[in-house]
Design a protein around this ligand. Structure first.
Ligand code: N01
Length: 544
């Protein structure tokens, strides 16, 4: 590839201004590298910029939905609710970017179209949709796990005269739902948040559900002054609990198993955690519910009774009860989602029984019925984990396309951090890394990447990438762990973590399910051993 004379050269190019990209940009710049970063959106925020639909907020816990490397900055930040809202998370990320002067390192409104490794020069070349180009020795991705929106290929779309909007491409000016007939397609985390948030406004709401989800309450509540003080005082304890927890949250194991509990105790604890909301059912009830099917069945039985108690129409209640284990697919929390099906003007359509056939001029036809809509909300999720990579043209050694490889066989990586054949490319929250609380994971990956670059440079290494055997071994381990747990049911439940939400996508486990601690330990081990699973070369063209 010829290099345009005006192309600036950096040590590192980063893509993304969400948690992953921002931290990598900060850390690499702080380590002395010249860094330039690209972001397709018009500002800082990543998924928190794009997902500004009504009701959007995280169900991660406030005190650890942030970075911890700077104790003063972390202690000065305070979210108002235990599950921060989208505007507050966006505010956090903007405050972080300003505090650490990161904005000037970014080209916003700029989508990278191609990243190609030039082995002769040992450099990555970047082209973008604005015509801006860049060149760098290292390429770091912070593309997001759930960032490439999934639009449906429903026939007749062009005929529909109403409005269609995807939750992750919501207009900044908002949408007026008052008096409108509205469809929400999809009942994942986005669907169960947006539907109750608009239900008071609409004339009619029809929810199209393919796979029902276990949907506990949220447990939202304000963070008290005392709580904030104790979070600041217990800073080290808090983050050490995060490091030990499978999902990167500040919770200790419960030390009890439901299979050993008497029925009264079981019921009391389930009830308490259901009310507490969010991920409490999975992590604060009993330790065996996440691993033993019989234990999980008891949790499901309790949650199914809750659905039957809340939803008055028994047939609708049965349609809302999942047949997969609790946690085999991410359980989305919502206040008012189940309750809203008791309203006269809200209807559930089970598309497993009556699939969506086409758009008409005035709405949507299923195989049995025609519906009129003014607005269709696509809460249909994402081409998750790999989509943000495969929608870009990334080329490694021998001009090989990453998209061609991953579209054919699914992603194989080493520790979710590197890919064989793609030298000097490192990923934050890449495929086959854990699905856990994102900020601590992004921070750990940013540290690991910076330390790895420093290490290779100290050895005079120009180019490195994971050895094929190491990548195969990590892939085997990722698949084995997933198949050995309740996550094995994710394929049947259409989990995006298996690519099963998209027809034709390879059905492989795309995230690492042994948890944050096991993963972080493995990454530390690799670093301590001198990154021995990486092929390295003193001249880039020899690295192949
Ligand atoms: O996406 P999803 P999401 N016909 O894939 C349905 C994070 N997040 O945007 O389950 C009909 O979960 C699909 O059906 P099925 C979080 O990590 C976090 O809701 O595939 N329906 C499903 O019901 C989350 O897991 C938060 O059978 C179709 C829905 O659309 C991730 O983002 C908030 C269909 C998509 O659900 C993704 O969440 C929001 C079709 N052809 C997002 N295709 C919080 O922290 C898909 N669907 C709270």
């Amino acid at each position: 590839m010829t290099r345009p004379t005006e192309t600036p050269e950096y040590d590192v190019v980063v893509i993304g201004a969400g948690f992953s990209g921002l931290y990598a940009t900060y850390r690499l710049a702080q380590a002395g590298y010249s860094v330039h970063a690209f972001e397709a959106a018009d500002g800082v925020g990543g998924v928190w910029t794009w997902n500004n639909y009504p009701g959007a907020r995280t169900d991660s816990l406030h005190e650890t939905y942030q970075f911890s490397f700077d104790r003063d900055f972390a202690s000065s930040w305070r979210y108002s609710d235990i599950h921060p809202t989208q505007p507050e998370v966006l505010d956090y990320l903007n405050t972080f970017a300003d505090h650490f002067s990161l904005r000037d390192l970014y080209s916003f409104d700029t989508r990278v179209e191609q990243a190609a490794f030039d082995a002769d020069a040992g450099r990555w070349n970047f082209t973008t949709d604005t015509g801006e180009t860049a060149r760098a020795k290292y390429f770091v991705t912070g593309l997001g796990l759930v960032s490439a929106p999934l639009f449906l290929n429903t026939p007749g779309f062009e005929k529909f005269t109403g409005r269609v909007v995807h939750t992750s491409r919501w207009p900044a000016e908002g949408i007026d739902f008052v008096g409108k007939k509205v469809a929400v397609i999809g009942t994942g985390s986005s669907g169960v948040q947006v539907a109750p948030a608009i239900v008071d406004d609409v004339a009619e709401l029809t929810v199209f559900q393919r796979t029902p989800n276990w949907c506990p309450p949220t447990g939202h509540r304000p963070v008290s002054d005392d709580e904030h003080v104790s979070i600041v005082e217990d800073f080290d304890g808090l983050w050490s609990r995060v490091r030990q927890h499978p999902a990167g949250w500040p919770w200790n194991p419960t030390g009890r198993n439901v299979l050993d509990a008497d029925p009264d105790e079981r019921e009391r604890i389930f009830e308490e955690c259901w009310t507490r909301g969010g991920f409490s059912m999975l992590f604060e009830t009993f330790d065996d519910v996440n691993v033993v099917k019989e234990a999980n069945d008891l949790l499901c039985d309790f949650a199914a009774r809750k659905v039957r108690a809340i939803v008055q129409d028994p047939a609708v209640a049965e349609s809302l009860i999942p047949d997969h284990p609790y946690g085999a697919k991410r359980p989305p929390a919502s206040d008012g989602y189940l309750e809203m099906f008791n309203r006269e003007n809200v209807r559930l359509v089970d598309v497993r029984r009556t699939p969506i056939a086409r758009y008409s001029e005035s709405g949507i036809d299923t195989t049995e019925e025609s519906f009129d809509f003014d607005i269709v909300v696509l809460a249909t999720g994402f081409d998750a984990v790999t989509g943000a990579f495969t929608r870009m043209d990334i080329r490694g050694l021998g001009d090989e396309s990453l998209a061609d490889r991953w579209n054919a066989e699914g992603p194989k990586t080493f520790l979710g951090l590197g890919v064989h054949g793609f030298p000097n490319m490192l990923m934050v929250a890449g495929p086959q890394s854990p699905f856990s609380n994102l900020p601590p994971g992004a921070q750990a990956a940013g540290e690991w990447i910076t330390n790895a670059l420093k290490h290779f440079e100290s050895e005079g290494i120009e180019a490195f990438h994971p050895a094929q055997e190491a990548q195969e071994a990590w892939n085997d381990h990722v698949q084995e762990i997933a198949l050995g747990g309740l996550t094995a049911y994710g394929k049947d439940a259409n989990s995006w973590a298996v690519g099963a939400n998209i027809e034709g996508k390879p059905r492989v486990y795309n995230v690492y399910y042994a948890g944050f601690k096991a993963y972080a330990d493995r990454c530390d081990e690799e670093a301590a051993a001198g990154y021995t699973n990486f092929v390295r070369a003193r001249t880039a063209e020899r690295v192949g």
